[in-house]
Design a protein around this ligand. Structure first.
Ligand code: ATP
Ligand code: MG
Length: 263
């Protein structure tokens, strides 16, 4: 189980930090193996910050991160590299995580090597990741600037999955993709959840996806958890984010009805 306990963080403005508001305030959550937890909330509510704290890419001011009973809150960058196979993150802007001067193939090979593969098993792992994510070999020769957002997203996910992580944080993994690539990526992570018990934390604004695949949903508003439960429970709560969504969805339905898209 991965647990975040009483996380607080404030990004201080200027030198003395007067007027700074906390971005996360006393946030606690846990994710079990084989579970899919979605985190939803308005833009700027602190979702990405929370994910980055969970994978130790930034330090909270207060609070703990406990991975399978072990407190990893104070481990340094080098020590954290031992935990790559347990905890991975796919970033909201994955192009930023790739070296622009490396081909996509070299970026992917780097991850496979760091995951401990060599020789014949190295090639096998590379092939199986490319097959799993439907990455064509020809794509591997290109640089990040020469490929589409969907292709970058698949490479970023393949790099994370190279480690066969127990837990993965995916920050807006489908927002810039067309429906068929979205479906493909979701299929891959759901199959990892089933076959390997991978725990998934999905940050997304797509509430249709949230509704259809989450075991549990957590809603954050201005840095605090305001609702938690099954999708049905959270969606029937009166929190503004959900209400706005349901309202705009109903509005869209009525527009469709009026122009005759639905009988
Ligand atoms: N490194 C930073 N320095 C200062 N402020 C930051 C930093 N990172 C995030 N913030 C601020 O913290 C708040 C929360 O940002 P965060 O990226 O976590 O939001 P989010 O919920 O992921 O939003 P979105 O849905 O738009 O991705 C925002 O007001 C943002 O401007
Ligand atoms: Mg974000």
């Amino acid at each position: 189980m991965l647990e975040l306990q009483h996380i607080n963080i404030t990004f201080r403005k200027g030198l003395i930090g007067r007027g700074s508001k906390p971005v996360l305030e006393d946030v606690s959550l846990s994710i079990s193996k084989g579970e899919l937890v979605s985190i939803i909330g308005f833009s700027g509510s602190g979702k990405t910050t929370l994910a980055r704290i969970a994978v130790r890419s930034i330090n909270p001011d207060k609070g703990k991160i406990i991975l399978d009973g072990e407190d990893i809150s104070r481990l340094g960058f080098k020590e954290m590299s031992r935990y790559r196979s347990r905890l991975q993150m796919v970033f909201q802007h994955p192009e930023g995580a790739l070296n622009p001067e490396m081909t996509l193939g070299d970026s992917l090979r780097e991850a496979v090597r760091k995951a401990g593969y060599s020789g014949k098993s190295f090639e096998e792992k590379l092939d199986s990741l490319c097959a799993e994510l439907e990455i064509k070999k020809e794509l591997l020769n290109r640089y990040p600037m020469q490929v589409s957002g969907g292709e970058i997203q698949r490479i970023a996910l393949a790099r994370a999955l190279a480690f066969d992580p127990n837990y993965i944080f995916m920050d807006e993994p489908t927002s810039m993709l067309d429906a068929s690539v979205q479906a493909q990526i979701l299929k891959v992570i759901l199959s990892r959840k089933e076959s390997m018990g991978m725990g998934i934390v999905l940050v997304t604004h797509d509430l249709d996806i949230v509704r259809s695949i989450s075991d549990r949903v957590i809603a954050i508003d201005k840095g605090k958890i305001v609702a938690e439960g099954t999708a049905e429970e959270v969606f029937s709560s009166q929190i503004p984010y959900i209400k706005d969504y349901v309202d705009s969805w109903n509005e869209l339905e009525s527009i469709n009805r009026n122009i005759g898209l639905h009988a």
